[in-house]
Ligand binder design. Structure first.
Ligand code: AMP
Ligand code: ZN
Length: 484
């Protein structure tokens, strides 16, 4: 079975064949770092984390680029940059704001077990590349300059709109945006914007001081780090138009090579009460707040309970259910560990062979589901079925073959890990080890205090330890401790 992916460009499932053998280049549009990451962002980045993990599981070597938007993201054509606006409101340097929220973004996504991209290029670090590309677009006749602003001339491309399938006449329909007066055609989009005297973030360019448009940054950073053509480009579906459509227009016009990207993958929205979770709507739950309330791996499980292309509605109940489901999976891991401790070295019985066959079949179902456009809800159904099957089998049997249990344990934990679950073993072990050492430390300290005759303090420690469930018994041979 080969991996199939749904390509927004063709609107179909396609066999996944990377451009360079086993090497896969992935670009996912990164966050605009002017505020806390919310669960909507988490949905998209957890989904792409799963996609990258699955590609690696399938033997590909993935080079993952995810930018940081630190300039140029305007709320509309004539409005202010989101970062500059927020920095002005908070009366701080825009780059200070960027630094704060970029660090917090990484902290949040680390907590969610999202592996960091190989590189996280920042738009402000690529001004020279952008200016060079804009200059080349003007020279080739794809862009024009008016009053220090540079626009992409959409009429120069016959296939503009091929990703979003939006007809030219429909592109501005229903748009609330005010059209920039310097544009020849309302559909044209800004590559470079002129700075006025109040603009804080600005750079020198052949067209005067200004700043780049949002779409040019991703086109340029994609080209720079992944080449003129690469395999996967992703983001949530609101980026299809205009952001990704414009990225294609600019990149293909600069390089003359098509297609810029082989597979376009888009995530569905995370909603709350049926409405897209968004900063601008004020209906968001930050990742930080969610992590106070819910287990990080339960958040992942919730995200994977729906196919990445579909909408997913956030509710407290769904997160609680995900927590209960996560515990079930961990319990299965624990039961397997316990069974391994009392297992025996011997050949498999017929009953064990039959169980091994059922476990392999369910693993096959998991893999097949993931190979069909990363179908996590179906893969999870197979994983939970496997978990049930294991528990049923362990309940029925006394002593089992060690070889079989080890194989099932490895397989079960490998499938969980490819979804970024089961990361806790280690931290739990580390936590338990530290707790053991701390108990010993207090115990030794108390012994020393007693030897020095400082009974008041040593009794206080004993009382506190008892409150924590640790009982200290003083005997003729010395003190001992146990759990109450
Ligand atoms: P932004 O920081 O607004 O540029 O968004 C960063 C990424 O998160 C983009 O791919 C957005 O489309 C995505 N995103 C924002 N809100 C949501 C949401 N409610 N559900 C899914 N993805 C979202
Ligand atoms: Zn982008």
């Amino acid at each position: 079975m080969v991996l199939q992916v749904f390509n927004t460009m063709s609107g179909k499932m396609e066999e996944f064949k990377p451009l360079r053998d086993k090497h896969v280049g992935v670009y996912v549009c990164g966050p605009t770092v002017y505020d806390w990451a919310h669960l909507g962002h988490a949905r998209t980045y957890v989904a792409f984390d799963m996609i990258v993990r699955w590609l690696e599981f399938r033997g590909y070597s993935v080079f993952y680029v995810q930018n940081i938007t630190d300039v140029g993201h305007l709320t509309q054509d004539t409005a202010e940059d989101k970062i500059v606006k927020r920095a002005r409101e908070e009366r701080i340097e825009p780059m200070q704001l960027v630094e704060v929220y970029m660090r917090e973004y990484f902290r949040d996504l680390d907590s969610l077990g999202v592996k960091r991209p190989d590189i996280s290029p920042r738009a402000t670090g690529h001004l020279i590349d952008m200016i060079e590309a804009i200059q080349s677009l003007i020279t080739k006749g794809y862009a024009y300059e008016v009053n220090g602003n540079v626009f992409f001339d959409v009429s120069k491309l016959e296939d503009y709109g091929k990703l979003s399938k939006i007809k030219p006449e429909a592109m501005l329909e229903g748009s609330r945006f005010e059209v920039h007066p310097d544009k020849k055609n309302p559909r044209d989009f800004a590559l470079w914007k002129r700075a006025d005297k109040n603009t804080i973030l600005k750079w020198w360019s052949p067209w005067g001081t200004g700043f780049p448009g949002w779409h040019i940054e991703c086109a340029i950073m994609g080209l720079k780090y992944l080449g003129r053509q690469f395999d996967i480009h992703g983001g949530a579906r609101d980026l299809i138009f205009p952001h990704h459509e414009n990225e294609i227009a600019q990149s293909e016009a600069v390089t003359g090579q098509k297609p810029f990207v082989k597979y376009w993958l888009h995530t569905g929205f995370l909603t709350i009460n049926g409405e897209k979770m968004a900063k601008s709507l004020g209906n968001y739950v930050t990742v930080r707040d969610a992590l106070e309330k819910y287990d990080a791996e339960a958040i992942r499980l919730f995200v994977f309970s729906t196919h990445y292309r579909n909408e997913i509605d956030f509710t407290d109940k769904k997160l609680k259910d995900a927590e209960a489901n996560l515990r079930r999976l961990y319990n299965t891991l624990d039961s397997l560990e316990e069974a391994m401790e009392v297992s025996v070295e011997r050949e498999l019985t017929d009953g064990e062979k039959a169980f091994e066959g059922r476990a392999e079949k369910l693993r096959g179902e998991f893999v097949k589901a993931m190979d069909e456009d990363f179908n996590t809800p179906r893969a999870l159904a197979a994983l939970f079925e496997l978990s049930k099957e294991i528990n049923r089998f362990l309940d029925e049997q006394e002593q089992l073959s060690r070889k079989l249990l080890k194989k099932v344990y490895d397989s079960f934990s490998e499938l969980g890990k490819v979804l970024g679950l089961f990361q806790k073993e280690k931290s739990r072990e580390i936590g338990e080890k530290i707790a053991d050492d701390l108990v010993k430390l207090f115990f030794d300290l108390r012994e020393e205090l007693r030897r020095k005759g400082e009974y008041e303090l040593s009794d206080k420690i004993r009382a506190r330890m008892r409150e924590l469930g640790l009982v200290i018994e003083d005997t003729a041979e010395g003190s001992k401790w146990k759990l109450s």
